[in-house]
Design a protein around this ligand. Sequence first.
Ligand SMILES: [Zn+2]
Length: 256
Amino acid sequence: MQKMRPFILKETNWKTVENGHWEVAVLPWGATEAHNYHLPYSTDNLQCEYIAEKAAEIAWAKGAKVMVLPTIPFGVNKAQMDVKFNINMNPSTQFLVLKDIVESLKTQGCRKLLILNGHGGNHFSHMLRELYDKNKFFICAADWYKAADVKKHFVHSSDHAGEFETSVMLHIAPSWVLPLSKAGPGKAKKIKMKSFEEGWVWAQRAWLGEVTRDTGIGNPALSSAEKGKKFLEAVIHKISKLLIELDQAQLDDLYK
Ligand SMILES: [Zn+2]
């Protein structure tokens, strides 16, 4: 088993933590949902936890005081309630969870939090507005898959169980990925109303049986572990830089 790492909370202990100071907490936030036929239900959780840990490792080696919290495994999946074992956590519940975590961290002296999001249905900006506390506690949120250019790394830049998620999983958890011959094509239907194609109006889309047959959105056929590795390297590099910046930021002197 791997050696205990002082920047991963699930591995460390009170002996290590009692007299130390951790400036930045990282909260990976995923989802439990079907990913086409071939990827595991834990795909979003595995991905954002892996990235958080690797980025924290680099930042820690450069002196940043970061701590990766345990991953929240449930995301917003209201439109997929009819998919067996997709577990929905409503945005209003997520807000209460986040509020309690922030309150705990605040009381204990940690002053900065990065939510590292791994699920397209999770959105935190309105929660961050409500939890805003000038100069006292800083919260930011990032979708890890936006930290590098998906279009540069993959032919099909699809968003759910397609080429990029499958490639990433082939790199980090290959034994939990079924052969690509078992995957569906991830074909998705679009809403008929033309205005939606222009991208300025949004609505929650339906899922199984309406928009997709195999629960995937995006074709995984061209996936490879090598593509996933390269994409993750770019993502992890960017997130480690963010963690170092967060560690060094002065809450009463944030703006230039
Ligand atoms: Zn996913």
